[in-house]
Design a protein around this ligand. Structure first.
Ligand code: HEC
Ligand code: HEC
Ligand code: HEC
Ligand code: HEC
Length: 143
């Protein structure tokens, strides 16, 4: 069994939270959820994979999921479109981290607020991230 312990910088959180999907955040963060759903490309990032899926083998598809879906390969993360449709897009939790504990208790201690450019570079290449002009665009059109 793999036990993953996450240490969020600064806040000193030790958490075993898993992924729940963006819709679970909507109830308490209506405004962020509305903006994300309406304006962010992340909210539709599974479409980009689906349109190309028939030309790809399973290994190639798995690569797509690591950036276009939420938490692929991590505890409670995306598995497949059939099993985990709520995690099919790159949701709130690709930036804020797995949110199960926070969504259950509403305690801000259990969710990550601040993030660094390195975390964006996991999915976005360095040049592009520089072009984001990081500060103004750190919300990534998400809200
Ligand atoms: C049951 C209600 C509830 C749910 C569900 C919920 N939150 Fe929250 N969230 C809160 C409350 C309460 C606060 C603290 C008050 C505030 O700052 O608005 C908060 C604060 C936050 C913060 C700021 C943390 C800080 O340090 O100031 C972030 C980021 C956040 N939530 C993200 C999320 C995400 C992502 C989800 C879905 C995975 C989510 N929330 C689901 C209630 C909730
Ligand atoms: C898990 C991977 C992942 C992470 C982490 C991530 N992004 Fe993204 N982001 C994507 C994907 C995938 C798209 C494109 C979706 C599509 O078009 O299919 C995207 C799109 C964007 C866009 C395009 C504009 C728009 O309307 O969505 C911006 C800007 C952006 N991200 C900024 C950021 C920033 C800033 C961070 C770090 C705080 C970040 N992203 C972290 C995966 C990620
Ligand atoms: C390392 C992360 C990463 C991987 C792996 C990845 N993508 Fe992307 N993809 C992105 C990001 C980030 C964007 C948004 C580009 C931008 O705006 O900077 C994007 C954009 C796209 C777009 C264009 C969407 C648009 O609206 O213009 C398509 C289509 C796409 N990806 C399909 C795929 C497919 C299919 C795979 C697997 C074979 C894949 N991607 C693998 C990160 C990734
Ligand atoms: C591209 C990354 C990214 C995504 C995706 C994202 N956020 Fe955020 N979010 C941020 C950043 C950056 C901040 C501000 C951090 C700071 O103040 O330093 C933030 C701040 C917040 C806050 C604190 C209040 C505020 O608006 O400043 C809440 C609540 C929140 N996000 C909820 C959400 C929810 C809910 C979703 C999904 C619907 C979401 N976020 C998606 C990057 C993101």
């Amino acid at each position: 069994m793999v036990v993953v312990v996450l240490f969020w910088g600064g806040k000193g959180i030790t958490s075993t939270a898993t992924y729940v999907g963006s819709e679970e955040c909507a109830e308490c963060h209506e405004e962020q959820y509305e903006n994300y759903s309406k304006y962010s490309k992340k909210a539709h990032s599974s479409d980009s994979v689906k349109i190309m899926a028939s030309d790809l083998d399973p290994d190639e598809l798995a690569q797509c999921y690591s950036c276009h879906a939420t938490g692929y390969g991590k505890p409670g993360g995306f598995v497949s479109f059939e099993e985990t449709p709520e995690l099919a897009n790159a949701g709130c939790e690709v930036c804020h981290g797995p949110g199960s504990l926070h969504a259950e208790y509403g305690d801000p201690e259990f969710i990550k607020l601040e993030m660094t450019v390195e975390e964006c570079e996991r999915c976005h290449n360095e040049d592009r991230v520089e072009n984001f002009n990081f500060k103004p665009l750190i919300f990534g059109g998400a809200h």
